[in-house]
Design a protein around this ligand. Structure first.
Ligand SMILES: *Cc1c(COP(=O)(O)O)cnc(C)c1O
Length: 391
């Protein structure tokens, strides 16, 4: 047998295990310290009531002979695809039901879509970045080029025509930086993709956090995107589905005269057997008027946390991106500190845990990520401690 030796080229990511180790060592030495965790990018509020009710009802249906369901359509039940299409239509984006593919989450699809592309393709990935984009390409032996995201471009890199790439990754609102692309910048990317015959993978996992109506929540709000972009989205952050698992990918028929759409259908029907009926009912309920209102109430709660965090950083004159249209705040470490040094200071002096920017790529050095997914009291307390420490 011959193993895939590309796996040897993966850099071991010590980010979250390092954080966990430092935190547990500190807690062991200071058992009375009241630590506040603002590091992990996971939601904390429970599922919307409409979702829970729908899943209970669906579970009952599964327990009765007349309403029991076995294998469902690999690409998702019609009722959920219709709800997703209607969700886009409310924002003026019209999708054909056959362009929507329901899955167990955006992370799987972002990795699996690479099945459709040979290893000769060159991937263009922002630095800093959500680590899965890089590692899935390394596993396939693909060449990765990085685009520099930095303070100069507001952590929103624009296309450089001197660079030739085939697969372009964009994440907006961004994890880890919280930065959001405007329409003009996304149009520049769509134009570049057409000029290079490239495909854009647009990760819209945080679209529901966008409050500013002038900012695009889908790349399909940009003319020309339906012939060059695949969009990945998820119920994880909008409806608290990180543990429940449901997402969707849009593969428009405008790309290569529908060939990419047919290939993805073929790939999914061959290697995937669909998302549980119960979960799909829960996801559809999150998009009803009632369910969506409950999702938005949760998102408002997180966004109020983000506002409190932003206000504290402004009062300290600390430079940051994100916060307004995103659950992440990406700040420049004070006094020119390195990311891990600031992590240690914050842990020891304020008992607050964040994420060192250096863990997301070279350009993350000197920056730090805080998340707004915590509870209100802890967020307020953490900001008071940070103001005391740095004020
Ligand atoms: C959380 C997140 C996702 C969602 O992943 P799921 O697999 O759907 O839970 C996708 N992209 C980014 C950048 C994320 O932070």
């Amino acid at each position: 047998m011959h193993i895939n030796e590309n796996y040897r080229n993966l850099k071991e990511s010590y980010l979250f295990s390092n954080i966990a180790k430092k935190v547990s060592e500190y807690s062991a030495a200071h058992p009375q310290a009241k630590l506040i965790r603002m590091g992990i990018g996971d939601v904390t509020l429970p599922l919307p009531k409409a979702t829970v009710d729908a899943m209970v009802e669906a579970a009952r249906e599964m327990g009765k002979r007349e309403t029991f369901r076995g294998y469902g359509p690999e690409q998702g039940y019609g009722f959920l695809k219709e709800s997703i299409a209607a969700y886009y239509a409310r924002r003026g984006v019209m999708l054909d039901e056959h362009e929507i593919f329901v899955s167990d989450g955006a992370k799987s699809d972002l990795g699996n879509i690479l099945d459709l592309f040979t290893e000769e393709n060159v991937a263009l990935i922002p630095d800093p970045v959500y680590p899965a984009y890089v590692d899935t390409n390394i596993m396939a032996g693909r060449r990765v080029l990085y685009m520099e995201a930095n303070e100069g471009n507001g952590f929103l890199p624009l296309p450089d025509y001197a660079v030739d790439a085939d697969i372009i990754y964009l994440c907006s609102p961004n994890n880890p930086t919280g930065a959001v692309y405007g329409k003009a910048a996304l149009s520049a990317w769509v134009e570049y993709a057409h000029a290079k015959s490239a495909v854009i993978f647009f990760d819209a996992a945080y679209e529901a956090f966008i409050a500013d109506p002038s900012l695009p929540r889908s790349i399909y709000e940009i003319p020309g995107a339906k012939s060059c972009a695949v969009e990945f989205c998820s119920f994880s952050k909008i409806a608290g589905f990180t543990g429940t698992r449901c997402g969707y990918t849009v593969v428009p028929k405008g790309i290569m005269n529908g060939e990419l759409n047919r290939m993805w259908l073929h790939r999914q029907t061959t290697k995937f057997n669909g998302v549980p009926y119960i979960v799909q009912r829960g996801a559809a309920a999150a998009l009803t008027e009632e369910g969506f209102g409950q999702c938005m109430a949760n998102i408002s709660y997180y966004k109020e946390n983000a506002r409190i965090m932003a206000e504290a950083l402004e009062s300290l004159s600390i430079w940051f991106t994100g916060g307004k249209n995103s659950p992440y705040i990406w700040l420049r470490c004070p006094n020119g500190s390195k990311s891990w040094d600031f992590f240690d200071t914050l842990l020891k002096e304020a008992n607050v845990v964040g994420t060192p920017g250096a863990g997301f790529g070279n350009n993350g050095e000197g920056y730090f990520r805080l998340t707004a997914f915590g509870n209100r009291e802890a967020t307020v307390e953490a900001m008071e401690r940070i103001k005391e420490l740095l004020g």
